[in-house]
Design a protein around this ligand. Structure first.
Ligand code: GLC
Length: 668
């Protein structure tokens, strides 16, 4: 029997939590590429610069394809490479069917696509259906009310005029990057809607012509051979047609001010019912291509919503499918380096328990809109988080640099270019800027980390690139994040990963969160440390089907030497070291990751047999609630669609009170 163990360092813990058990797949069928392959996100400006202008490009990406092959990565999602004035670094598109010259040409794209095919790599395009650039010819035509373009965007008359005769916006809606979501246009004498920067006017999906054009653009790329799309910001496709003011978000972060998007609860601008219909239309087109040649294309959707129930609707139904999977941002929004093992158990359990039958769960810990995992969880947690997400059943997405443990760079106000940061101003830009997580890929210890030969790169290269880079980690005689990553990638190719059972739980009074994956008696066990003390785990007692001895398959960088990779250990007493080698936990202060303390407490105060049940929910708790530990929930970070859902009970956990009830599932 092959016995494998994947270990790692740790975190903190409080209480007992439930176990989730899923059986091994009784009818193993080959998984589709998007289910089994690692999907790797490239932020093209930061991947590899081939022409020395300090910005990454397509030729650069092509020159680095072997990196993916060596790591066993099967598919690559490239953030937008369409023509763009770069007001939102590619997410403002002025031509949906051509390549931005900064990145290259259509020929460069074809060359890249062919080179990827030769290596068996799948290519996923980022697609931005909600808006275009204001420099798109459609917008100019719409401004001038030309023909079918007249209603291509969302145009509205002013609500009235102020005393000075200035037009008043139709509603109080705020865009994601601060300030009103309406911009006055002098020519048309109307406001237009922009849910992102004012140079990103919202397309009007009330107009069927818009959908036709977007499908035509998708068709263009499908014909060019792409394997799928990552659909951007789909929660904003529709707005409530009454244009009513949105209410204040009761869960807003304490730092929030009225011009911030997260100050308001977006009941009229986000996740309107027809979003799913639009997704189903996009999906139909994709399925036509898949059915035609039997090669499955995939559609993953981006939406930050308040509840998992709402998000799960984005899968659509069997009869009317929508996304192959909507991104799971829970490990970005609802956990960080201070989270307990129970928080992880809740997040993991909830997805498997609630997902629609037959659908595929997905895991990720970072992207270009959120601080990097090493920054949010602490550098010591980098391998642990990669283990956690890569070995659970389901699709997985790696944000570039996660394989080597890149962390956020510190970006000065002067160097800040992200509109989310710039619009916030010099005093508050660090709260919103996404520049820190978008810095150039660290390939080597050369100047500019081997990313570019320019004197100045578009964002500064992280000074730690001398130690943290692909080359050093690849050639290390000892351990490295990259080597751990490669081992995890290899494990995803085993039957235990593909079809194995899942038993996931926190153990040792929540010092440990771990899970086993077993298929026909072969498998592996992941144990992640969530305590500042070393603990001994009796895995044979905690998990079913674990043999008496096992081989250490991989460990976090810096893990205890007595559990060196390849050594045989007794599974009834596995020693897991403290989560942080160094007692100083290098995670950022809470405000840096939009963490919000929302309390949700209950107590039943009884005096002389007379009981008085009390509840408190909100950000400013009375002392009895504050002291109960019933709080500390991350509000959702960047694109919280109204501030996130917390539903924590007084134990300080996530999830609904009843969700953690063992009896409910009868497995423990
Ligand atoms: C998505 C992208 C983000 C972009 C926004 C507007 O959320 O991930 O980077 O700014 O949409 O297109």
């Amino acid at each position: 029997m092959k016995r494998l163990l994947a270990f790692c360092l740790l975190a903190i813990s409080y209480r007992l939590s439930a176990t989730i058990k899923l059986p091994q797949n009784p009818d193993p069928q080959p998984l589709t590429w998007w289910q089994s392959d690692i999907i790797y996100q490239i932020y093209p400006r930061s991947h590899q610069d081939s022409n020395g202008d300090g910005v990454g490009d397509l030729k650069g990406i092509e020159s680095r394809l072997d990196h993916f092959v060596e790591l066993g990565i099967g598919s690559v999602w490239i953030s937008p490479i369409y023509q763009s004035p770069m007001k939102d670094f590619g997410y403002d598109i002025s031509n949906f069917t051509d390549i931005e010259p900064t990145f290259g040409t259509l020929d460069d794209f074809k060359s890249l696509s062919n080179a990827m095919k030769e290596r068996g790599l799948k290519l996923i395009m980022d697609f931005v259906p909600n808006h275009s650039s204001d420099l798109h010819p459609w917008f100019n035509k719409s401004v001038h009310s030309e023909g079918k373009y007249k209603d291509f965007y969302v145009w509205l008359d002013p609500k009235g005029y102020d005393e000075e005769g200035n037009p008043i916006p139709p509603a109080n809606w705020i865009n994601h990057f601060s300030g009103s979501a309406f911009e006055w246009n002098d020519i048309r004498q109307q406001f237009y809607l922009h849910q992102f920067v004012k140079e990103q006017p919202d397309l009007n999906y009330e107009n069927p012509e818009v959908m036709k054009e977007m499908l035509a653009a998708m068709k263009f790329w499908l014909d060019a051979g792409v394997d799928g799309f990552r659909m951007d910001a789909v929660q904003t496709l529709f707005e409530d047609q009454r244009y009513l003011d949105e209410p204040v978000n009761p869960d807003r972060p304490p730092t929030s001010i009225p011009t911030d998007h997260n100050y308001w609860k977006h009941i009229y601008t986000i996740n309107q019912p027809r979003v799913i219909d639009a997704l189903a239309e996009f999906r139909k087109l994709i399925d036509i291509y898949s059915l035609a040649d039997g090669i499955e294309r995939c559609m993953m959707t981006e939406a930050y919503l308040d509840t998992l129930e709402e998000l799960l609707k984005y899968y659509g139904t069997k009869e009317n499918p929508a996304a192959h999977f909507p991104f799971n941002f829970d490990l970005i929004r609802y956990a960080n380096g201070n989270s307990s093992a129970a928080a992880f158990a809740d997040i993991v359990d909830e997805w498997y328990l609630k997902k629609p039958e037959g659908s595929t769960v997905n895991w990720l810990v970072g992207n270009h809109d959120n601080f990097r995992v090493g920054t949010r969880y602490g550098e010591d947690a980098i391998d642990k988080m990669n283990m956690l997400i890569m070995l659970l059943p389901g699709s997985v997405v790696t944000y570039y640099g996660e394989e080597i443990g890149m962390v956020d760079n510190v970006i000065s106000w002067e160097d800040t270019v992200d509109p989310a940061g710039c619009n916030a101003g010099p005093d508050r830009y660090v709260l919103f800027s996404r520049d820190p997580e978008r810095c150039p890929m660290q390939w080597s210890d050369e100047d500019n980390a081997g990313f570019s030969t320019a004197n100045k790169t578009w964002l500064p290269v992280h000074p730690n690139h001398k130690e943290v880079n692909v080359e050093v980690q690849k050639n290390a005689t000892g351990e490295s994040h990259l080597k751990v990553y490669k081992q995890l990638s290899d494990l995803r190719k085993t039957e235990a990963w593909k079809y194995g059972s899942l038993e996931a739980k926190s153990t040792n009074d929540e010092a440990i969160y771990g899970y086993s994956r077993i298929f026909n008696n072969q498998g592996f066990l992941f144990l992640g440390s969530f305590s500042n003390q070393a603990v001994t785990v009796n895995a044979t007692q905690e998990f079913e089907g674990i043999p008496a001895t096992a081989t250490v398959y991989t460990t976090s960088v810096g893990f205890e030497p007595e559990t060196a990779i390849g050594s045989s250990i007794s599974t009834s007493s596995i020693v897991i070291g403290a989560k942080h080698k160094n007692p100083i936990v290098k995670i950022l202060p809470a405000t840096r990751f939009r963490r919000q303390t929302t309390y949700n407490c209950r107590r039943n105060e009884c005096t002389n047999g007379v009981c008085n049940p009390q509840t408190y929910e909100g950000p400013d708790p009375p002392d009895w609630c504050k002291n109960s530990g019933g709080g500390e929930f991350d509000s959702g970070r960047f694109f919280g669609g109204g501030g996130g859902t917390f539903g924590g009970d007084s134990s300080g956990r996530f999830g609904q009170g009843s969700f953690r009830d063992d009896d409910l599932f009868g497995w423990k």
